[in-house]
Design a protein around this ligand. Structure first.
Ligand code: 6CS
Length: 345
């Protein structure tokens, strides 16, 4: 191959791609095709980092024929609103966390079970990449007009509270905001707390006004949503990783020309390791920023015996999950448990 073909081949491929995208979903204007991607978090968040990287790679690999506009949390409503807009085709891509989406897809709530995953992020990541999990989870989405692109980790859930929490007795009566999936409410009920579901955007003022006493989220979210300003303790118990799903509209994806679909799939595959690495450093950086901004903030790391008390209370939640998620739920849970076992091995 000579130097000229080196120069021209990628350009030709991109040109073909640009012709193909003109007939695909999204907005086609004189300037090219635009895809819309909504995230459930603020600019600078973990989801935003992924979305910006996705947008950059789409532009690069289509030679500018497709551009992706990223809509941060608030621009298009709550997580539920975003998912609805994705289903209706107003968006081509969105982040949709099982913590909310589990209301519509009960089987997906397996990803919310507390003390199911190991304490080691790398092991959990290997488990989530297991093809058996993909095979079990993927079919849950098309009936809702959605398509699963990726399952992404955002860091350990951390409890932010106004009183120290070391055991379930400390949670007694504590009004604790969770995401809106029923299994999360049942989980914090089992921990002895008084769980309250509400959208992400309402949590800060609810804490400030003492409508709630605690909430659950990864460290980066606690910093960027300023929850630490209106709580006093960060309780690290590693109860569960925060996982989100990166989704596409089903018809849009099915309608993409094969070459463009392969480009999108390639980007998603290449980005698979990105967030796992990124979230770890962002979460630690944000912890340092919070402690610098509010030195009185107290970090509580639960001892193994203290975690054990919560682990025991979390075990019956598997039955609660199965009651709601049925046989399909059993299959997802079996796939998850065997993938975790394989990853441990
Ligand atoms: O707590 C929530 O509702 C949100 N938390 C994060 C970290 N991302 C999205 C989700 O909606």
């Amino acid at each position: 191959m000579n130097a000229t073909s080196h120069v021209h081949l990628p350009t030709l491929a991109a040109l073909l791609l640009s012709i193909l995208v003109a007939s695909c979903g999204g907005d086609s204007t004189g300037g090219g095709t635009q895809w819309r991607l909504a995230i459930e978090e603020a600019p600078g968040s973990v989801q935003d980092a992924y979305a910006q990287e996705f947008a950059r790679l789409v532009a690069e690999r289509t030679d500018g024929a497709v551009s992706v506009t990223v809509y941060p949390y608030g621009a298009l409503g709550t997580s539920d609103d975003i998912t609805e807009q994705l289903r209706m085709g107003g968006l081509q891509f969105a982040m949709s966390s099982p913590g909310h989406l589990g209301k519509s897809i009960p089987e997906l709530q397996a990803l919310l079970l507390h003390f199911l995953f190991t304490d080691d992020e790398a092991t959990n990541r290997a488990a989530l990449a297991d093809p058996e999990i993909r095979a079990a989870v993927e079919p849950l989405f098309p009936p809702l007009g959605l398509e699963l692109m990726s399952i992404l980790p955002e860091g350990w859930m951390v409890w932010t509270t106004k009183q120290p929490v070391r055991g379930p007795e400390d949670f007694a009566g504590i009004k604790t905001r969770t995401m809106t999936s029923p299994l999360l409410l049942a989980t914090y009920d089992a921990f002895g707390a008084n769980p309250q579901a509400m959208p992400y955007g309402e949590v800060y003022s609810a804490l400030q006004l003492d409508m709630i006493d605690a909430q659950v989220n990864p460290l980066f979210a606690i910093e960027e949503m300023s929850f630490y300003e209106v709580t006093d303790y960060l309780v690290r118990a590693k109860p569960a990783p925060f996982l989100t799903t990166f989704l596409s509209n089903h018809d849009f994806l099915a309608g993409l020309a094969p070459e463009l679909r392969a480009t999108v799939d390639g980007i998603v595959a290449d980005l698979e390791p990105f967030l796992a690495e990124h979230q770890r450093s962002v979460n630690e950086e944000r912890l340092a920023e919070m402690l610098a901004a509010k030195p009185s903030l107290t970090v509580i790391e639960l001892e193994p015996a203290e975690r054990e008390a919560f682990r025991e209370l979390a075990q019956p939640l598997r039955d609660v999950y199965l009651e709601r998620a049925g046989q399909g739920g059993q299959e997802v849970l079996d796939a998850l448990e065997s993938a975790i076992e394989r990853a441990r091995g």
